[in-house]
Design a protein around this ligand. Structure first.
Ligand SMILES: Nc1ncnc2c1ncn2[C@@H]1O[C@H](COP(=O)(O)OP(=O)(O)OP(=O)(O)O)[C@@H](O)[C@H]1O
Length: 579
């Protein structure tokens, strides 16, 4: 049962129809044998029974019957084929959507721990293996035994010695098939690992190609990619090299039954214990009976290999998602960290942090690189849950709030803006699905991006490359601000761009940000301290701890870390090329 659960990526009920129809189609395929045997009996009759005549009319009826059976076989294959493919594509389509939904709800930490190509490969490659399992392997496997079972039952009546010699090797072949399935699974695990690793290295190579070109590197990354391809090749050779002979042995053993049956048949015939007609029947059945069984042998092994892909999907679907209530959020959007300790699986990055960001105020978070500023924003967005302590929104622990419901009230403007491969208009509308063109334009005007959008060939309908590759950094920033303005959420989290923008871009972005934050609870990570001189409260972090907080002037007077950072920034007015 577990195997069926895995091969269908957790939906074994989808197998019912394909297997049932394949079974029925295979039952229909037994009929030609019965008719051919009857035809042989009629043809042999005049030679065996003295005075018997060839019954031509009956023979014609059998021919007509064979034609009818062919049509019936064709008709019975249609639903078998249709249900198998529909079932398979349904499982894959639903499964992929379900998995994508599940991934969205998993803690971000789980996703960042996995190799980037891994999940994409699972979505496409693993589901394709599941599809093949449902559309081909299992229905064929189930149908493969129909003809042999019917034949064995019929032939036992005809002559049990012949029937047994025909199938004598079957139990051994089945045992080999079972063991080869286990072997295939074990070898297949290494092969699949190598395949995934190669996919990941390829993804890494493609992602890094720009850097490699820039630094004229051909080296290390390519060596890793090349070595992953070689490992995959070795695993493939190992898999087929060990597995091939096992399957061939099982097939040879099965077919040896035919030789044994002919030997026994001739003996019995010479001894007068078997009629020529019976021998002919056994020979007819014997030449056809092993084909479905040898197909089943190969299919079963492949089935066990593909099952692992389903198992990986099922395992991922079992990963606990972040849950919480979708009850209305508290009126107040004051955010409070209460003794929060958090690490990304290793050393704590935030240490017993207690801070408050009151509703309607602008709180700036500053501190040296790596002090935990972005982590604070990630915990407010509930990308992660704290290890200790709690993050409260309007007095309610956000651990109890459904993450998507919570994010409905939060607009986030990241430093590295991601734009989807879609039109500019749709990229802005992402902030509020279903927004009207007028709303989109209004948000774009407030974010100061309307003018540059109108200069593009198709205006708001201009397509953007994946990740926003066709726009400048400043333009992408402004689009993401427009997106946040359109969302109109009461809480705004802002990770200020570190990259130096030209003065005009900077002024435009500042105006956009002003439009975004007015009247909201704003938490901003400030890399350039001059931009947060007017903040209601400045939280200074160092090594994940709160070291000081207050307004700009007060912090300067204290002469602590903030003052040092401020002085440092005053000295470094920008990069300079000195020679
Ligand atoms: N996904 C992650 N997995 C593991 N460690 C992480 C992860 N993200 C951040 N860290 C680590 O956590 C620490 C705090 O990171 P964080 O991004 O919060 O710092 P920051 O103050 O925002 O830094 P910066 O100013 O350079 O952006 C750093 O040491 C960083 O290496």
């Amino acid at each position: 049962m577990k195997v069926l659960h895995n091969i269908t990526a957790g939906k074994p009920q989808q197998l019912l129809k394909p297997v049932l129809f394949s079974f029925l189609a295979n039952i229909v395929s037994v009929l030609p044998f019965a008719l051919v045997i009857e035809a042989v009996r009629l043809i042999f009759a005049p030679y065996i029974t003295v005075g018997a005549e060839l019954q031509i009319e009956r023979l014609w009826w059998i021919c007509a019957g064979l034609v009818a059976v062919m049509v019936l076989m064709f008709l019975s294959e249609i639903p078998a084929y249709r249900t198998a493919y529909r079932g398979a594509y349904n499982v894959a389509a639903q499964g992929r959507a379900e998995l994508a939904e599940h991934l969205r709800k998993l803690p971000l930490g789980y996703l960042t721990r996995r190799d980037p190509g891994d999940l994409a490969n699972m979505m496409m490659g693993d589901f394709t293996l599941v599809e093949t399992g449902i559309s081909h392997l299992l229905p064929q496997l189930a149908g493969a035994f129909v003809l042999p079972i019917f034949a064995l039952a019929g032939l036992l009546f005809l002559d049990w010695r012949m029937a047994i010699s025909m199938f004598v090797a079957l139990p051994v072949a089945l045992l080999i098939m079972y063991l080869s399935g286990r072997l295939r699974r074990r070898l297949g695990a290494d092969h699949m690992k190598a395949k995934l690793n190669a996919a990941n290295r390829l993804q890494e190579y493609l992602n890094g190609i720009r850097v490699m070109k820039a630094y004229n590197l051909t080296g290390e990354r390519f060596v890793r990619l090349d070595s992953s391809f070689r490992t995959l090749m070795k695993e493939s050779v190992k898999l087929e090299g060990i597995f091939g002979p096992v399957i061939l042995t099982a097939m040879a053993l099965l077919r040896a039954g035919l030789t044994l049956m002919v030997y026994v048949g001739v003996h019995l015939l010479l001894g007068g214990e078997l009629g020529i007609l019976q021998l002919a029947v056994f020979l007819i059945v014997g030449t056809r009976i092993y084909d479905p069984l040898t197909t089943a042998l190969a299919n079963y092994a492949e089935f066990r290999y593909n099952e692992q892909a389903g198992e990986r999907i099922v395992d991922l679907l079992r990963q606990p998602v972040m849950t919480g209530t979708t009850a209305p959020l508290p009126e107040s959007s004051t955010i409070r960290f209460d003794n929060v300790t958090f690490g990304y699986g290793g050393e704590p990055v935030l240490k017993q942090l207690s801070i408050e960001m009151p509703q309607g105020s602008l709180t700036a978070i500053v501190g040296p690189s790596g002090s935990g500023k972005s982590t604070v924003l990630r915990l407010i967005s509930r990308f992660y849950d704290p290890d200790e302590g709690s993050v409260l929104l309007g007095g309610r622990n956000i651990k109890d709030i459904d993450p998507e419901h919570l994010l409905g009230s939060v607009s986030v403007v990241f430093q590295d803006v991601y734009l989807f491969q879609d039109t500019i208009g749709n990229n802005i509308a992402f902030g509020r699905p279903g927004a009207s063109q007028q709303d989109i334009q209004q948000a774009a005007e407030m974010a100061r991006c309307h003018d540059f959008i109108m200069k593009l060939p198709l205006g708001y309908n201009t397509p953007v490359g994946e990740g926003g590759s066709t726009l400048s950094g400043g333009e992408k920033q402004r689009i993401s601000i427009a997106r946040a303005i359109l969302k109109n959420a009461p809480i705004v989290l802002l990770d200020e761009a570190t990259a130096s923008l030209d003065p005009q871009n900077e002024a435009e972005i500042q105006k956009g940000i002003d439009a975004l934050i007015t009247g909201r609870t704003v938490i901003v990570i400030a890399h350039r301290l001059k931009t947060i001189r007017g903040a209601d409260n400045i939280i200074v972090l160092e090594d994940g701890r709160l070291v000081e907080q207050g307004r700009h002037e007060a912090l300067l007077l204290r002469g602590g870390l903030y003052d040092r950072l401020w002085k440092l920034q005053q000295q470094s007015v920008g990069f300079r090329i000195t020679s």
